[in-house]
Design a protein. Structure first.
Length: 309
């Protein structure tokens, strides 16, 4: 990683004008909020995803950086409000198992506007998904990569892919709010390229009340499905601006990747973040260890890949 141009770690909208040159963009999605278990915060919300890519700008370019906010925790006195930039609100119940809200995504756009302005959302060129909130006795779903994630077990950090993906979810950029329920309400879904879909409230099998996380997107990454200026899918990974990233890394919130501080983390905790750096030819690609998924040993080596310019 080269010299940092800017780093933003608080939920906000910021603009930057970059001169021609090569830059590395990194985005961390925000974590979902923690739901209540008998009025106690025991099971954390899903951690955020990470994306990175290198871009070669030929002209001076103005960009807009939307940094996601951590979802609010469950609270018996009020509803948990979704994290900035797409996290869904948490559901509430009749006593003390209020759900956490979803974490917002972090993204970089070509068009400014309110976080949920459609034209602005369609202009996103790189997106890191937020995690969903947790519920009574169950963890939240970590932010997704090409697909979102859902929880598959009560009281354990076990996950599988959800129906949220590159062409399906609640809405582009917006996670769905959780459902109120007299027993166990559902959590807020995570924000993302597509925001996650809310679960239903339940009486038993409490993990079923955890909503899904959002998905990530990087223009040029195989498997992504970009939209045109009108929101129609193109079946191409390349954004309508024809901006294409190289040396792309996309990790969901179960995996190990660089933290904003430069250390390693397994999923991103807290608010999201965005860093833009001058590209120096080095991309750090960490171990692929993740929760509850078997991985081949050769794929779990920590590798530094040096690209010759």
């Amino acid at each position: 990683m080269g010299k940092t141009v800017l780093m933003i770690k608080v939920p906000s909208v910021n603009s930057v004008t970059l001169d021609p040159g090569k830059y590395q963009f990194e985005c961390w999605g925000a974590q979902g909020g923690t739901g209540l278990t008998n009025n106690v915060k025991l099971y954390e919300g899903g951690r955020g995803a990470y994306v990175s890519g290198v871009i070669d700008l030929k002209d001076k370019t103005e960009l807009y950086l939307f940094v996601g906010g951590r979802g609010e925790d469950g609270d018996t006195s009020k509803r948990a409000i979704g994290g900035f930039n797409g996290g869904g609100n948490g559901g509430i119940d009749e006593d003390n198992e209020d759900a956490g809200s979803g974490g917002g995504s972090s993204d970089i756009r070509l068009v400014n506007g309110k976080w949920n302005d459609r034209n602005s959302i369609l202009s996103r060129i790189i997106v890191a998904a937020g995690g969903s909130g947790s519920v009574d006795n169950s963890y939240g779903a970590p932010g997704g990569s090409l697909s979102g994630l859902k929880v598959t077990s009560t009281s354990k950090p076990e996950y599988s892919y959800s129906t949220t993906n590159q062409t399906n979810g609640y809405l582009l950029g917006i996670g769905q709010s959780g459902k109120d329920h007299q027993s166990t309400p559902s959590s807020g879904a995570g924000g993302g390229y597509y925001g996650g879909i809310a679960a239903e409230g339940v009486i038993d099998s409490l993990y079923l009340a955890v909503s899904s996380s959002g998905t990530s997107f990087v223009s040029g990454y195989e498997g992504c499905n970009a939209v045109d200026e009108y929101g129609k899918h193109t079946n191409s990974p390349i954004h309508y601006s024809n901006i294409v990233f190289e040396h792309i890394v996309m990790k969901d919130g179960r995996e190990i990747f660089p933290s904003p501080s430069g250390k390693k983390e397994m999923g991103h905790q807290g608010n999201g973040a965005i860093r833009i750096s001058f590209y120096n030819g080095i991309i750090y690609q960490p171990s692929c260890v993740r929760h509850n998924l078997p991985v081949l040993s050769f794929a779990c080596l920590q590798v530094i890949i040096i690209f010759l310019s």
